[in-house]
Each structure stands twice: as C-alpha cells, then as structure tokens.
Design a protein around this ligand. Sequence first.
Ligand code: ADP
Ligand code: ZN
Length: 354
Amino acid sequence: MRLNVKSKFSDYNIIIENGILASAGKLIVEMLDNKHLSVRKMFIVTDSNVDKIYGDTLKSNLEDVGFDVFKYVINPGEDTKNILTLAGIYSEMVEVGITRSDMIVTLGGGVVGDLAGFAAATYLRGIEYIQIPTTLLAQVDSSVGGKTAIDLPQGKNLVGSFYSPSLVIIDSEVLKTLDNRNLTNGMAEVIKYALIKDRSLFEMLTEITSREQLLDSLDEIIYMCCSIKKEIVQKDEFDRGDRMLLNFGHTLGHAIEAHYKFKKYLHGEAVAIGMSRITECAYKNKMVDEKILIEVRSIMKHYGLPISDEVKNKELLGYISKDKKNFGEDLNLIIVDKIGHGKIIKAKTDFFVE
Ligand code: ADP
Ligand code: ZN
C-alpha cells in the first residue's frame, strides 16, 4: 500500500507492507531514480535495541544495491533525545564525509526518528532523509507531518523543525518484536484516529481479540491511520485549526506525563487517560451522551490501556495553561461527540470538573 503526502515543500511516499524492510534498498533506489538523484553514502541512525534485531539486515540490504553505508547507534530511550547525542551524530557525519548529496536513514521508534530527522533538517542546512519507523507509535504518528525535535532539560520537543522525509518505509512485521507495552502504547494513537475520524476503524478495533489477530490486521490499520493524518495535515500544514483534532486526549495527556516527570506513563498511556478524562468532563458538562463515555472507556480497556489516575484535574491545570496549543484566554480542547467525530471547542478551565 502506498500513500502520497504533499506539503508545501515536498511530496513523498509512505510505503506500507509486511516484510518490506528486506526491500528497503530497492525502494530507495526507485525513489532516487524518480527524483533524478544520485546518492552514494547512506548514514543509518538507530538505537542499540533495534540495531541488534534489524541493523545488519538493513545495512547489508543497502550495500547490496551499491550504497556506501555507515551506521550510528545511540542508546535507547527518551533520555537520549538531547543536544549531546545530536552533536555526536553531527561529528560522526563530518568524520565519514557526509555531504549535501548524501542521506540519513532513521531506523527506530519516535526517539530515533525525531532526533535523526532533526539532524537531517539542520546538518549542512538540511540533507534528505528516509524514515523507517519501527514502533507502532512512530508508524502511525511520526510518518506524516514532518515534525522533528530534540528535548531540552526544561522540556520535551522544545527545539525542532518541520522537515519532511523523502520516503517512509513501514514494515508491520517489525512490530512482532515489540513488547506488549510498546504495542499497546501505539494502540492509544490508533484509537485516537478512530475516535476523531473513523467509525469503521473503531468497529474493526472492537473486533480484534488477540495480539496475533492485531498483528495480522496492522498493515490495514496503519494505512488507515496514516491516511487520516495525511488528510488532516494536508489541510492544515502548520498546526493550527483542523490539525488540533490530532490533539485529542493530548492536553491532559501531556499534563499527566509532565506531572509524573515522564516516568510513570508512556506517551500513549497518558493520552489514553487524557481521552477518557476529557470525555468524562464533556459528559459532565452535558456536551456528550453517557454512551460515548462508555464506548471510549471500553475500547481503552479492551486494549489494556489505563483510563484513570489518582492525580486530580485541578493539579494539572498549571501544565494545561502552559501547553503551547492554548493561545490567549480560552483553552482549545478537542472532544469526541460521536464515535468517529472529533470537534474543537473553546472552554475555560472550569470545564475540568472532577
Ligand atoms: P516511541 O516510538 O514510542 O517514541 P522509542 O523510540 O522510545 O519509542 O522506542 C521504544 C522502545 O522500543 C525502545 O526501547 C526501542 O529500542 C524499542 N524498539 C523500537 N522498535 C522496536 C522493534 N521493532 N522491536 C523491538 N524493540 C523496538
Ligand atoms: Zn501523541
């Protein structure tokens, strides 16, 4: 399955197929031919977990089609997404002689994608890059939208840029080695897409009852999610208006993550609590029926995602007002008033009744 994403600056394909990692070299050559580019060096950035399982396969696959391949392995985890690791990547690229006409290939989850994407955006004022996301979260979330970033000690994703890849290769087969917690983490974003935009996806999700069945359906699910994000992002490239729908569950989710200093929950888990809680508030504010609240909570539980936490909404208000998506006095919030339909509302902090 292929999706073509168009933005003001670029036009690239997302190719989704089970087992496609083994054809990465061929696909990259095809893309370069179409763009009449000739690239000699490929600089792979990956983390040590992913490297152990897929690093050599990718490297030799790229060598087989004639590239000169370098691989840079970083430590796994969000703590690595910082300016020091970035500096290490730049130095190594200079060391091995990466020029404007060479490319970065990111192989890993959101951490690797964000970090190496930002390296691509900034090294020599920008070189092309190819994204091979290996977590479900990264496959459905960072493949579209071109966001790259690093963290600062003061907060997550505080430095970054919009910079689209030249090609995204999504192999759902690699998700078989992902642990349950990280798979479930990605499902939170999948559920988000279903709730804000796609009732049929929601129904499909309710019918899946095992990890095996889920893994078998993921190609189609990932395609649906990337299509939804693509439609929304193409309408609203620079993150105002409609793109806010993608923020469903995220205002509270980010606050919960920050409240626990990013230790207690993974991103998707916090967003799952955020989606449940905001729906609860919408219900208490008489904006949605109880039936919606029940459906939202039960799909989260079906996938083993958390729906509540002991922290009170009022303890989160400080984080919420700092959230960069809330300009001016009113909060911009997303609620789901029907399954498959998200909407943007303006509210004051008293919306968050307990
Ligand atoms: P996210 O995409 O959720 O931001 P990370 O980049 O932090 O995630 O990756 C989450 C964890 O999963 C990391 O420890 C990473 O090394 C590991 N990982 C990523 N992809 C795979 C995979 N396909 N198989 C096994 N482990 C993986
Ligand atoms: Zn998210």
